[in-house]
Design a protein around this ligand. Structure first.
Ligand code: MG
Length: 512
């Protein structure tokens, strides 16, 4: 721009000079000026003319210098623009081209259109752990090494860094290339140990691949297919390598649709707590309700938690869902007598959240339900993932007056020494033992043993899944404290739970 204007000015001024010059010669400008100056010596015009000549000469020097300065400024600006362009299209840490570079390459003239390619979508496993362990500087070193390994993984391949720990490797296809084998080679390369500032770190890699042009109508489409295959590989774990398959996409689409539906169901409070009564087996009194999630899809129709909790966990919606359910359950429980407790299940995946106890307590404060009326049910799985964090969360909850029940006891992988690190207020015997006790002597022994454990530790026990009178009689005979199951009631909507409380109240009043 500047250069154009300067050139224009120079051309204009030179043209004017070229026009003026012959005119001056034609009219003997210099001779006439001399004669005029001689004739009017008293005006000292010759001195003025000399001064003008000197100024003119100096202006010429100034102009030449300015032009040189301008040229160097233009050069610097061009370099800066090139640098900016490089930064916009590359990841500064690894020097690899980024997602934008790939998108622009595809958009321009799609240079990939010519030829046959295999696209590997690569996602590192356990990178976050390394970052936590050795800090961000260590994490950066590891990423640089990953980029270096990928650059040398397949001859002639282009490598892109697509985001945090996601990479894309685009390789031209050779005649006898074994794509899965090449993918395994990439995964193996990335799984070798890394030297991170004197420490040795290891990560895993999930690899998915797709072929162009077979798997996508354009290159972008094929890249998406490689990503879909990578998600399947990630789900399979253990540094898996998967090639794209149409079925994968259908599944991914269905999952995405269900995820969207789940998201709006949570937002619109379509997932509500139902309440299953907890009965005191010694007195027959109603002592509480366990809140169980139901996704209402129509009048009298609902989806059971087994069909959506796992999805909520995978989609990162579990915190939102759990908070919404607890809030609704606390509001419902406010209408119950203080002797009727609310039992609420917390999923093991929520235990990675350090703020879990704070969030539960905040919801109690917000709704006004006394902490002593809430019992949190957790499974062994929640405890063994990160024992220290779990014990901190449980200690915080107990300190605030919330009770803790160990759910589905006997089905997890914890051992007694791990469990002895925690304090519980209740143990719940899993329904599988209760339901099979009369046909399987071993199961009966387990029920007795768990009960003995509870009694030894001075902890109350609840038996789940009581469905008939003989089970009830057996559990009563061995001194089980509480029970729940279809024999008493299925899980009820909030209004019916209230009616049940009222009905029992009237019955008790009549009896006394
Ligand atoms: Mg439970």
């Amino acid at each position: 721009m500047v250069q154009n204007k300067t050139t224009k000015d120079a051309v204009l001024l030179t043209s004017i000079a070229l026009v003026l010059w012959p005119i001056a010669i034609l009219y003997n400008f210099h001779e006439n000026l001399d004669a005029f100056m001689d004739a009017n010596e008293s005006l000292q015009l010759d001195e003025l003319f000399t001064a003008l000549c000197i100024v003119g000469l100096l202006s010429l020097v100034f102009a030449a210098r300015r032009i040189r300065e301008l040229q160097s400024e233009i050069r610097l600006r061009n370099v800066a623009e090139q640098n900016m362009d490089w930064l916009a299209h590359h990841d500064p840490l690894t020097g690899l081209p980024n997602r934008r570079a790939l998108a622009e390459r595809q958009a321009d003239a799609d240079p990939f259109r010519e030829g046959r390619w295999v696209i590997y979508s690569i996602d590192l496993d356990g990178f976050k752990k390394v970052n936590d362990l050795v800090g961000h500087q260590g994490g950066d070193l590891l990423l640089k090494d990953v980029a270096h390994r990928l650059r040398n993984a397949l001859p002639g391949a282009e490598v892109y860094r697509m985001g945090g720990d996601e990479f894309l490797l685009v390789s031209p296809r050779s005649e006898h290339m074994d794509y899965a084998h090449a993918g395994q080679h990439i995964a193996r390369l990335l799984c070798n140990p890394y030297d991170v500032g004197g420490m040795t770190s290891e990560i895993g890699a999930s690899v998915g691949f797709a072929l162009f042009p077979e798997d996508g109508s354009d290159f972008k489409d094929a890249t998406h297919c490689a990503d879909v295959a990578m998600y399947v590989a990630k789900k399979a774990g253990h540094n898996s390598v998967y090639g794209f398959d149409r079925i994968m996409e259908d599944r991914a689409l269905r999952r995405a649709e269900t995820e969207m539906a789940l998201k709006s169901a949570i937002r619109d409070n379509q997932i509500v707590p139902y309440y299953q009564p907890l009965i005191d087996l010694k007195t027959g009194e109603l002592r509480g309700f366990e809140a169980l999630a139901r996704w209402k899809t129509g009048p009298g129709q609902y989806i059971l938690p087994s069909d959506f909790i796992e999805l909520a966990e995978k989609a990162g919606l579990i915190v939102e869902l759990s908070d919404s359910l607890l809030r609704q359950a606390c509001r419902d429980a406010l209408q119950w007598p203080p002797t009727v407790r609310l039992a609420f299940n917390i999923s093991p995946t929520q235990f990675v959240d350090r703020q879990l106890s704070l969030r539960i307590i905040a919801i109690l404060m917000e709704t006004g339900l006394p902490p002593s009326q809430l019992e949190i049910e957790i499974t062994e799985t929640a405890l063994v993932q990160d024992i220290e964090q779990a014990s901190q969360i449980l200690a915080d909850l107990r300190k605030s007056g919330i009770r803790i029940a160990l759910d589905d006891f006997g089905t997890g992988y914890s051992n007694l020494s791990q469990l002895s690190k925690f304090t519980f207020d209740k143990i719940k015997i899993d329904r599988s033992f209760v339901m099979a006790y009369d046909t399987d002597k071993k199961q009966e022994d387990i029920v007795r043993a768990i009960l003995g454990l509870g009694q030894g530790l001075g902890i109350a026990t609840t038996a789940e899944g009581i469905e008939d009178e003989s089970q009830l009689a057996f559990l009563k005979s061995i001194g089980c404290d509480f029970g729940q199951g279809f024999l008493f009631s299925k899980a009820l909507p909030a209004q019916e739970a209230l009616s049940l409380i009222a009905g029992r109240g009237e019955r008790d009043a009549l009896a006394s």
